[in-house]
Design a protein around this ligand. Structure first.
Ligand code: PEP
Length: 253
């Protein structure tokens, strides 16, 4: 399957800064045929650019959506509102949402259901804490996050889901899982998807790695058999490093 190079801007980029980045990225892509799928997780204010960048092969993702459909939820943004911008993706279950905003497995499951009902493709993040890995518990933790987050999601809905394995100890820390650690967990996730669904679902679901991916480590990570691309925070904020990651993915295509 084609590699996915997904950025996550987090709470960075003003409207003019985002527009400048997207215009520069469009210029970079112009005249090139790109195999990889390019997705950028952006703050809600940038989602209005979704239609304008699609023709260049850039897909914008929200970084969250509400678990509720509409109504008196001041400050929230619904999946239907995200979809109405032309955006097709939403990052859900990111560890920063889990840690700072109390998104539990149950809430994440509600958000995934809401996203799917509104025709969005969830990029569903899972990953263990450092302590959990030190205790050798990482696969149990991730399996439980998968089971809870995907509770009630049908086999046909799984066609829309992208999983991102993001070990929490590697996010924004400069520390990366080794290619072997990433491959081991991705294989375990695929196996779990096989037992929760079917072997076909397990093989077709893209599983991205996230956690301090940079141009100097991307080739080894993206090159692992069960790694289908990356969810990239810091290195997606600079055009140079994001386009370098695209170039590396293209080399491996
Ligand atoms: C992320 O935000 O999902 C992430 C992996 O961040 P970073 O690449 O900066 O570690």
């Amino acid at each position: 399957m084609d590699l996915i190079v997904a950025g996550n801007w987090k709470m960075n980029m003003t409207l003019p800064e985002g527009r400048e980045f997207l215009n520069d990225l469009k210029d970079y892509l112009s005249g090139k045929t790109i195999q990889s799928q390019l997705i950028l997780g952006v703050p809600f204010i940038h989602l209005g650019e979704s239609q304008g960048v699609k023709e260049s092969g850039i897909y914008l993702a929200a970084q969250n959506c509400s678990q509720y459909s509409s109504g008196a939820y001041t400050g929230e943004v619904s999946a239907a509102q995200v979809e109405s911008t032309g955006s097709e993706y939403v990052i859900l279950g990111h560890s920063e949402r889990r840690q700072y905003f109390g998104d539990s497995d149950h809430v994440i499951n509600q958000k995934i259901r809401e996203a799917l009902s509104n025709n969005l493709r969830p990029i569903f993040c899972v990953g263990e804490l450092l302590q959990e890995r030190q205790n050798g518990n990482q696969e149990n933790v991730v399996n439980l996050q998968l089971e809870n987050g995907l509770n009630g999601i049908s086999e046909s809905e799984m066609e829309k889901i992208i999983i991102a394995y993001e070990p929490v100890w590697a996010i924004g820390t400069g520390e990366t899982a080794s290619p072997e650690q990433a491959e081991e967990m991705h294989a375990s996730i695929r196996k779990r998807l096989g037992s929760l669904y079917t072997e076909d679902v397990a093989q077709k679901t893209p599983i991205l790695y996230g956690g301090s991916v940079k141009p100097d480590n991307a080739k080894d990570i993206f090159g692992q058999p069960n790694v289908n691309g990356g969810l990239i925070g810091g290195a997606s904020l600079k055009l140079d490093s994001y386009t370098e990651l695209i170039r590396i993915a293209e080399e491996l295509a």
